[in-house]
Design a protein around this ligand. Sequence first.
Ligand SMILES: [Zn+2]
Length: 275
Amino acid sequence: MNQLAPNVFYANRYPTFGGVATREGVVAVDGPMKPTDAAEWRAFLESKGPIRYIIHTEHHQDHIAINGLMPGTVVASRLTDADFFKSIPSSEVAVERMRKYDPKAGGLLDGYRLRTPDFVYDGSLTLRLGGETFHLRHSPGHTRGQTHVHAAESRVVFTGDNITPGNFPFFHSASVWAWFDSLLHLESLDVDWYVPGHGEPCRRDEVPRQRAKMEEIIGEVRRLKRMGKSREEVQEEARYIHRPGLDYPRVLGPRAQELEAAGLGVVYDALDERP
Ligand SMILES: [Zn+2]
């Protein structure tokens, strides 16, 4: 586990997750998808205080699976709540998948239940705990329900997958144009650190890099679509994750290409609004 600021901790596993320790307990943002990592993360956080809240930045499995293995009130945006079972259809399926990608999980999964959010917010939510102020903001982008968690006194923002340093963006659940607005919000914050959904914590200058990566992919889809290519043709021809320069989460295996193609379809459709 790494320390980013006096009370801010994170680990870059899968995904990148973090937490803030306050005088009255800990606020966790997402968590590892592997149960064995989760046990380690939980013990680490509990050494800083009781885990009071777990905030989800999005509904994808890698961000929410943890919550069946952690205490604390689960918080998410309205649309993350609405999408909650789209990535993990049920607790039973979650357990099946976790046993597959974490064969050492063993008894950690006994009685596992995925927990739906206890607190659901619209627009924005301010949460005060033990001297820290957390501004949660619905910031559609990588998913339509995405949440940014700004820990004001600690000068850090948890961005979820709206920022992914060193990694290609994925559009399969994206609100393509709103994503750019959410990047503007991230740029406007007075913070020292951005903790992304994948990759290492970064500075403000990562935001334009993220925008450029997205523009490049969208530009390519636009070019092919203007040539009259069909959605399916574009899904084949605009593939990007195997290009050199950036990476994609290897743990996804062949599913990475499925998500990539689905995302290219989402971008293709979004271009109807901004041809
Ligand atoms: Zn995601």
